[in-house]
Design a protein around this ligand. Structure first.
Ligand code: SF4
Length: 264
């Protein structure tokens, strides 16, 4: 029987996928794609889920968001993203290889939903939980070279909640009596990288009011100051290439733009 791999973000969608996966009775392996840049409440939620569902969540190993930013010398944006590959996809690929998971012994269940956003609606609209994909179908990164396309890129993928709406997700978790990430109660619509560098304005504004979010934003400002001191006067720290991150620390009202999202 193939092992079911469930990537767990600490958010509500992958939590429901984990719960559904456990009901199959199949062997399950959970993994968190750890950027070192989640909110502390998200790490705590993953631990709470381990206790509630009786699972162990493994963590991929990445260089971490701030090392990535420092090394790459730019702030990811829609035209030059980079963070998804370096912090999520490459570490996940390494983890799959290390565990010797292949299309013959594993299947992956992801928590994408078509009603999550406009991007997801265009990517996953019309798809059902019966549809079969491969890892390379879901993310082109895994099919980018022949070796990867022939190995982990062939691992089968299912999207068991692709047709669920947000209300169904919250209802399911409430009925289970399971813990839920408290970031939702504090106005966040998504959890994970805190804040996602491509998140919409409201997510940045919420992060600017949160101690952990402020710490992350202050680290970005310190990095920009360092770059400037080194003689590079390009303005790096921009959200959507429009807003200065300082705006979010100061609570300024900045105009909303269409959100983009992690290219995973
Ligand atoms: S969630 Fe956002 S910040 Fe994190 S890897 Fe994806 S695009 Fe980058």
């Amino acid at each position: 029987m193939k092992t079911l791999i469930v990537p767990v973000s600490g958010g509500k969608d992958s939590q429901v996928v984990l719960s559904l996966a456990l009901k199959t009775g199949r062997p399950i392996v959970c993994v968190h794609q750890n950027t070192g840049y989640d909110h502390p409440d998200t790490y705590a939620q993953i631990e709470a889920m381990e206790k509630f569902y009786g699972v162990k969540v493994e963590h991929t190993v990445s260089e971490g968001m701030f090392t990535f930013l420092e090394k790459s010398g730019y702030f990811p944006n829609s035209a030059a993203r980079g963070c998804t590959q370096r912090l999520k996809q490459l570490p996940f690929a390494n983890w799959l290889k290390e565990k010797q998971f292949t299309h013959e012994n594993a299947e992956i269940w992801f928590g994408m939903r078509s009603d999550e956003s406009r991007d997801r609606a265009s990517k996953y609209g019309g798809i059902t939980d019966d549809d079969d994909f491969t890892l390379a179908d879901v993310a082109v990164y895994y099919g980018q070279n022949k070796k990867m396309a022939q190995t982990i890129g062939r691992i089968p993928v299912k999207l068991p909640i692709v047709e669920w709406n947000t209300e169904q997700i919250f209802d399911y978790i409430a009925k289970e009596g399971a813990p839920i990430n408290p970031l939702y109660e504090r106005g966040h619509s998504r959890v994970g990288c805190y804040p996602c560098l491509l998140a919409r304005k409201s997510e940045w504004q919420n992060a600017g009011k949160d101690p952990a979010g402020r710490e992350h934003i202050e680290k970005m400002i310190a990095l920009e100051d360092k770059w400037k001191a080194e003689g590079n006067h390009r303005k790096f720290i921009k959200v959507h290439r429009v807003w200065d991150v300082r705006d979010f620390l100061e609570g300024k009202d900045v105009r909303e733009l269409a959100n983009e999202e992690c290219g995973y």
